[in-house]
Design a protein around this ligand. Structure first.
Ligand code: ATP
Ligand code: PRP
Length: 225
């Protein structure tokens, strides 16, 4: 009788499970995947399915929240995935290999605040609204600054406008969301791009299949500067 695949023990009997989030990451990753022959049989924006096979049967795409990709790959729910470096740093990367900077979904993780408030006007222990509390804590601690963190899940730019926070830590691309809300960038924390992540144990057990995908993607992506 064939062994039943489990989340923790990858087998060579099944397609590789590839965790992807809808939206920006999917849209930017799709052309790279297509160029190495990994084409989803259905588009996640038009399908309600959360498991979508590739047309060649090599992988099965798992459609998950962007912030859940590292968790799926860490615990072996997926053998590989694509995730923003912002989300990956916040997760910590335990149990994950990060073989490739795909050079897509590029942006910057920044501290930002109201354009009309000078740094000297901020309280000694400013309140920081962010979806990335671990990264924010580490950034401020590195320069010995005390802060109070307010965890949010989106629309961070609103927090200073309604007195919920003094500053925010969020990703910035064009800067238009900051500008539209009367905020401006203050400090760069990190340059961000999407990364290919692979489950550490799966890389041993299914080395040939995974290193094939890594080297094919390596040949078509342009890592960010
Ligand atoms: P979740 O559903 O888990 O809250 P999300 O809504 O942040 O995730 P996306 O907006 O699709 O998901 O962002 C996915 C990734 O794309 C982010 O982790 C980040 O690396 C990158 N990103 C976010 N905003 C931008 C942007 N404005 N420009 C370029 N890349 C971005
Ligand atoms: C992201 C981020 C900023 C915005 C920055 O939000 O949280 O709000 O993009 O991009 P910009 O500098 O080009 O304006 P997103 O559009 O993903 O919405 P979200 O609040 O759902 O994360």
């Amino acid at each position: 009788m064939a062994a039943t695949p489990t989340a923790d023990v990858p087998t060579t009997m099944t397609p590789l499970r590839f965790a992807l989030s809808k939206g920006r990451i999917f849209d930017d990753t799709l052309p790279l995947l297509e160029s190495i022959g990994l084409v989803p049989a259905e588009h996640p924006s038009t399908s309600r399915k959360l498991r979508i096979p590739s047309t060649d049967g090599r992988v099965e795409f798992l459609i998950v929240r962007a912030s859940d990709v590292p968790t799926y790959v860490q615990h072996g729910g997926a053998e590989l995935g694509v995730v923003g470096k912002d989300v990956l740093s916040e997760h910590g990367g335990e149990g994950l290999l990060e073989p490739l900077d795909l050079g897509i979904a590029t942006c910057r993780l920044m501290v930002a605040g109201p354009a009309d408030v000078a740094p000297s006007e901020l309280p000694a222990r400013p309140r920081i609204a962010t979806k990335f509390p671990a990264s924010a804590r580490k950034h401020f601690a590195a320069s010995g600054r005390q802060v109070e963190l307010v965890k949010l899940y989106g629309s961070m730019e609103l927090a200073p406008l309604v007195g919920l926070a003094d500053l925010i830590v969020d990703v910035v691309d064009t800067g238009s969301t900051l500008k539209a809300n009367g905020l401006e960038p203050i400090e760069l924390i990190a340059k961000i791009s999407a990364r290919l992540v692979v489950n550490r144990a799966a890389m041993k057990v299914r080395h040939a299949e995974l290193s094939d995908i890594v080297s094919q993607l390596d040949a078509v992506c342009t890592p960010s500067a």
